[in-house]
Design a protein around this ligand. Structure first.
Ligand SMILES: C=C(O[C@H]1C=CC=C(C(=O)O)[C@@H]1O)C(=O)O
Length: 406
């Protein structure tokens, strides 16, 4: 009797089956991977690496191979790069026909693929079980109050304190399905699932571009801040914003402009601010654009990545005292929350986002992260409520079944 496992039947499988099987295999072999869907696209992309690489403090992203970058909030901590040893794209429920040498070799690997186990039994992060989350219990309202007090004392103008929420995972939690639900619910977000053995498992749907470079020519970033709940049918053109929200967003704009000033770049376009949808929320957003050829800044992506991160949408202004406040008072390590992530040098494009509306997944639980911009006009109770709304971006979609069955 032939006991060899059947060759993976690529053509008859749906994208979910192929994905689940590949990810299962990647997990068994402890290969890091990143699965993502860019905003306003329908293609799901998967990179698998044999091993991750550690990047230097100021990586020159333009010179990296095709891959995926994953960086923590703390600038001094190690940034991770997942080189694309295997690369797959999925669209309309199927694996896309390969179009590059990398995709062709990846497909050949998959054609000869003998899954380690039959069936779809991908279990999350069993190899990340040694990771744990530590925090000092903290009262968010108190934290915001002390932020306001520091602003009144003149320590800084704005700070973005964050908090976490601990959620037990339902027994039948399926991370690939969770990723797919987020893709359907949030067409305008970068939806991502990053899994790096011994580093962590992260799932998210972020609205905030940090650095995008199109065709090595057009640099883009955004100033995003101010939050309200989005209600179906809202007319975005007639939304009113409070003075607090307007100032909070203006500080992010100022921060970005101060980064351009540092490199004496004057030829940038700025549009906005306008109201922009981010899942269950709306924010104020200004778009910045630079023609890198006309301004002769071929490495503007790397330069701005280093200058911008962490922007005052996630940290504060001025940067140093706000960073110190967060480090000393928040009571936990933000890890990859409010860091950045995204694909690098795929089809000559770079698409790096701020890691917001995200959660870290452990063996039996998830930790969600959210922050809120605090200015002198902040009302602590409203900032707390805002972080709850931000948790709901993921909670309402990922744990929808668990919530509705209770
Ligand atoms: C810090 C977060 O959001 C930032 C991005 C948009 C609006 C924000 C705000 O209104 O506070 C935050 O600056 C988060 O989602 O955890």
């Amino acid at each position: 009797m032939d006991t060899t496992p059947p060759v993976f039947t690529l053509k008859r499988s749906s994208d979910t089956e192929i994905l689940t099987t590949i990810l299962n295999e990647a997990s068994v072999n402890e290969f890091p991977f990143a699965l993502w869907r860019l905003p306003n696209t329908t293609v799901k992309n998967l990179i698998i690496s044999n091993q991750y690489q550690k990047l230097t403090e100021k990586p020159v992203i333009e010179e990296l191979n095709t891959g995926f970058i994953f960086a923590p909030f703390d600038k001094k901590k190690e940034k991770i790069f997942l080189p694309a040893d295997y690369f797959f794209r999925f669209e309309n429920g199927q694996l896309k026909p390969p179009s590059t040498p990398l995709e062709i070799s990846s497909n050949t690997w998959l054609e000869n693929f003998k899954p380690a186990k039959d069936g779809i039994n991908y279990k999350i992060a069993s190899y990340n079980k040694q990771l744990s989350f530590q925090s000092v219990p903290l009262d968010y309202i108190e934290l915001v109050r002390s932020g306001i007090a520091e602003i009144q004392n003149g320590s800084f103008e704005k700070v973005v304190p964050s908090r976490t929420k601990h959620v037990p995972l339902p027994d039948d939690f399926d991370i690939v399905k969770a990723f797919e639900k987020l893709c359907s619910a949030y067409p305008h977000a970068l939806v991502s699932f990053v899994n790096i053995p011994s580093v962590g498992t992260w799932l998210g749907a972020t609205p905030e571009v940090l650095v995008s470079v199109e065709d090595k020519t057009i640099f883009r970033t955004v100033a995003l801040a101010g939050t309200q709940r989005y209600k179906e049918g809202m007319n975005l053109k007639s939304i009113a914003w409070t003075q607090k929200d307007i100032e909070e967003q203006a500080l992010v704009e100022l921060y970005i402009i101060s980064c351009f000033k540092k490199i004496r770049l004057r030829e940038y376009e700025e549009h906005g601010p306008k109201t922009s949808i981010a899942g269950n929320l709306i924010h104020l957003k200004s778009d910045f654009m630079v023609d890198m050829k006309a301004t002769n800044f071929p490495q503007l992506g790397s330069i701005m990545l280093d200058l911008l991160h962490p922007t005052s949408a996630v940290c504060g202004m001025p940067l140093q005292p706000a960073t110190d406040f967060i480090k000393q008072r928040e009571g936990y390590d933000r890890s990859f929350y409010a860091g950045y992530l995204g694909p690098v040098n795929i089809d000559s494009n770079i698409n790096i986002f701020v890691n917001l509306r995200c959660m870290q997944i452990f063996k039996t639980d998830a930790i969600l992260y959210a922050g809120a911009g605090v200015t002198i006009d902040s009302i602590p109770e409203l900032e707390l409520e805002e972080t709850e709304m931000k948790f709901n971006t993921l909670l309402n979609v990922v744990f929808q079944d668990a919530i509705s069955s209770h």
